[in-house]
Design a protein around this ligand. Structure first.
Ligand code: TXA
Ligand code: MG
Length: 330
């Protein structure tokens, strides 16, 4: 592993975009902002670069990567779109939706990136800098979240640097992200399946499909026969500190991750309180979630007590990440 790399951090401008594209072309690793979370990019067709990416993140090789593309035409070169996939792409791309689809026979994405599966996860982001980098590079870019495997995803360039400085070549700093949780992943199989709740609410997808989406499995701990996203391990999003979700009171030695204007019993004795959204706005809460978890994780508390968060809209993704973070400590 090329540890001890000098990681350059550049403000997001035209010079940085050109450098990012050149670095990707040389097989380098470049972190860049997207609307959901920061991604760690590598040339999707370069197996060596992808091997370095897995190593830099400490990611298990069985966990496949999302291929990010700059246009629908580019997506169609790597993945086969049926009527459902086409409808979803037309409705929500560019944006925070990833589709898992059969690979085309000419799919140039390296097998290592798809962990040997015959499907590929494809995403067309809307973020201006991400789009510019994809356009300048001109090919598919694998872009998992730019964190060490097992940590929460980065929503700022500082988060990326704290996990990956010295392990990657370049970080493009585009400021805080707009959404704050990862893309929603839908598998277009015999019927569409929600593989990961995320930045596009389930309700919006169901409106376009005219039907309910199956999944994801609520049983985080057991294996299922469903082709679920292999990366959705129970403890995937765990901070180091124990988490106590749906907490209605704060106990001695705990910090509090609050939601909404209501007071939580015992909150005056909390080591620290951070409120995901005083005004109970789930979109605002998503933008704060990972940053606040990182901040509360550094307080040396016995646990992070987490107030209940409603389950509609982005609440489904927020609750999914919170449950995984809590399960990591059971
Ligand atoms: O918002 C996002 O999607 C961010 C930004 C950076 O684009 N990326 C992201 O990537 O969250 P990552 O690698 O952290 O999560 C990708 C998820 C993993 O759970 C992985 O197992 C799943 O997608 N995945 C990738 N390819 C798959 C496939 N062929 N079938 C099922 N799941 C797949
Ligand atoms: Mg990730």
């Amino acid at each position: 592993m090329r540890l001890g790399l000098k990681t350059q951090i550049l403000p997001a401008d035209a010079v940085a975009v050109a450098k990012a594209a050149a670095c990707l072309a040389e097989g380098g690793l470049v972190a860049f902002p997207t609307e959901t979370v920061y991604g760690l990019g590598a040339d999707a067709t370069n197996a060596d670069a992808i091997a370095r990416l897995y190593e830099a993140k400490g990611r298990p090789l069985f966990n496949p990567l999302i291929a990010t593309v700059g246009s629908f035409a580019a997506a169609q070169r790597i993945a086969r779109f049926d009527a459902t996939a086409t409808a979803l792409a037309q409705a929500f791309w560019p944006g925070p939706l990833t589709l898992v689809l059969p690979k085309t026979s000419s799919c140039a994405v390296a097998d290592l990136a798809t962990a040997g599966l015959d499907t590929v996860a494809v995403r067309l982001p809307i973020h201006g800098i991400a789009r510019s980098i994809l356009d300048a590079f001109g090919g598919p870019v694998v872009a998992p979240s730019a964190n060490l495997s097992g940590h929460v995803s980065p929503t700022s360039a500082e988060h990326v640097a704290s996990d990956l400085a010295g392990r990657i070549d370049l970080i493009i700093d585009g400021g805080p992200v707009a959404i704050g949780v990862e893309s929603t992943i839908v598998g277009c199989f015999d019927k569409p399946v929600l593989l990961r709740p995320g930045g596009l609410p389930r309700e919006a997808i169901e409106r376009v499909l005219g039907q309910k989406l199956a999944g994801p499995s609520q049983d985080f701990s057991s294996e299922t026969s469903q082709p679920l996203a292999p990366g959705m391990l129970a403890s995937h999003y765990a901070p180091r500190t124990k988490m106590r979700i749906d907490a209605t009171e704060v106990r001695a030695g705990e910090t509090l991750l609050a939601f909404g204007p209501e007071r939580v019993a015992g909150m005056e004795q909390a080591l620290a309180v951070m409120n995901l959204s005083e005004r109970a706005d789930l979109n605002e809460a998503a933008t704060h979630l990972f940053g606040y978890l990182r901040a509360l994780d550094s307080k040396g508390a016995s646990a992070i007590a987490v107030a209940p968060v409603p389950h509609h809209g982005l609440g489904e993704a927020i609750n999914d990440r919170l449950r995984r973070a809590a399960i990591g400590h059971q």
